[in-house]
Ligand binder design. Sequence first.
Ligand code: NAD
Length: 386
Amino acid sequence: MGLTIAVGAADAGHSVVGFDVNESLVNQLNLGYSHIEGITDAAIMGFIAKGSYKASSEASVIEGSDVIVIAVPTPLDEKRNPDLSYVHAAAELINQNVQTPALIINESTSYPGTLRNEIASRVSVVEHLFASSPERVDPGNTQWGTKNTPRLIGGLTPAAVAKAREFYSTFCDSIIEVSSPEVAEAAKIFENTFRQVNIALVNEFAQISDALGISSREVIEAAATKPYGFMTFNPGPGVGGHCIPVDPSYLAHVANEVGVPATFIKRANEVNLAMPAYVVKRVVVGAGGSIAGKSVVVVGVSYKANVADTRETPAVAVIDLLREQGAIVVWHDDLVGNWRGETSAPLTAHDIAVVVTKHDGVSDAAIKASGYVFDCTGTIAGAEGI
Ligand SMILES: NC(=O)c1ccc[n+]([C@@H]2O[C@H](COP(=O)([O-])OP(=O)(O)OC[C@H]3O[C@@H](n4cnc5c(N)ncnc54)[C@H](O)[C@@H]3O)[C@@H](O)[C@H]2O)c1
């Protein structure tokens, strides 16, 4: 996410340094290699050549910046509680290295109160301005990007909001000021919780439909003809990525702290996490009752189409559960290439093909060469699936 903002700001004429603790990533960026979808190597090379962008792992480079944007990981720990250690480390780094007042913006996704209590309270050597502007970009989405996705801003002071507006106005079309950083932070996690809960609902509905002998996809299409009051979500093998499986648990955590049980989030997590087991159960039934000794190709292991990101991908559980059933499993995903110590296999005929994610360009005919196809994407005509 940091790179999308860096490129947006560089394109608007700002002079941008992308500071990252990962030295090999920094080296790669300075050679003009992009590691994310939607930003080309040529774009990075162009900004480097113009002198408007460079990457660095030297903390001293952030001193003297007018604006410092924090875009660090906000994962869950082993107990699925928020892990704010990266946010704290970033705050500490700013505290130690920045001696001149700056606007400090947090774009990392976290629960309400993070800017105020976890960042501003730790950056006290110099009096800075603080704002929250949660990043809403959807990797791989060619319609909505940094420029045209409306940007929320909440600041600790009116001066912080004004400066944040001035900054983002240079490369974002629409700025929406909210009354506090907490509102901005909460809006972001509520958006993703809305998706998580609706995906769980449609995943449960897919199971109900199948048991009733009707197609959930056809029902969803029919329901979507209503011009108001319905929004389409499609079933799948679970949820993946850094956001949907993670952010709602940040909301659940803060809800617990204020004494409100976040029951929908908990239940939605359970339903979504159980989807790989449901998929494998259906594959076993569809393939005749046993998959022991059968060769299976899992097609697409990233968490969604046309991205190489495998964070929290349900493909892990699907593959592991297929192997637990005795199947001999390979996977095909040329975007991912190498993953979990294994390499993408060519898409050839197997006893069974299980399609978890389908990138553009992956051939339906090659998938259908396998004896039995189970499709989690709803895109392969005539295939069984969810
Ligand atoms: N990926 C998405 O789709 C998406 C969308 C919207 C918001 N977000 C949010 O943006 C934030 C970042 O997500 P991401 O997907 O870019 O994560 P990422 O892991 O791809 O990138 C984070 C980068 O931060 C670096 N880093 C870690 N600690 C640091 C430190 N102390 N100082 C400097 N750099 C440090 C890491 O080396 C890494 O390169 C998260 O809060 C995430 O929830 C992500």
